[in-house]
Design a protein around this ligand. Structure first.
Ligand code: DQA
Length: 137
């Protein structure tokens, strides 16, 4: 089974960025843990700070992979383009967020991804990704 985790803007700074909200582990460290815990999944990872690159990646893998775990970060709340891309591909997308976006500022309560996501996992720290992966097994 081929699954990709796609992380959006500023998530390359995990570990250093607002650790009280996002924790002190880098995503690269956590990715190794995920690979060890899900040995039967061919797990890929892509991160970009650029909206169009995320859209192009969704087009590239969205017709062949078995699943996409998408944390579009701030673009979740602003990007009609990423929302449309999710709607355009047959591969199921699970939307994840590290923090509980509903307990934060009201602009984080809106998501352009949710209407076309297969499911949504929010607020479990980095383990949001683990829970999303489990849903594919
Ligand atoms: C986030 C929540 C977003 O509101 C924020 O812009 C992020 C990270 C999360 O994983 O909690 O960058 O997607």
């Amino acid at each position: 089974m081929k699954i990709i985790i796609i992380n959006g803007p500023n998530l390359n700074l995990l570990g250093k960025r607002e650790p009280e909200i996002y924790g002190s582990q880098t995503f690269e460290e956590y990715f190794v843990v995920l690979q060890a815990e899900f040995p039967t999944i061919e797990l890929h990872y892509f991160q970009s700070n650029i909206e169009g690159e995320i859209i192009s990646k969704l087009h590239e893998i969205g017709f062949t992979f078995d699943g996409i775990i998408l944390n579009a970060a701030a673009y979740t709340h602003t990007s009609v383009g990423i929302g449309d891309a999710v709607k355009s591909i047959p591969t199921p997308v699970i939307e994840v967020h590290i923090s509980n976006t509903f307990s934060r500022e009201s602009f984080r309560h809106q998501s352009y991804i949710s209407p076309n996501a297969k499911g949504i996992i929010i607020g479990f720290g980095l383990d949001s990704y683990k829970l999303a992966l489990k849903s594919f097994l």
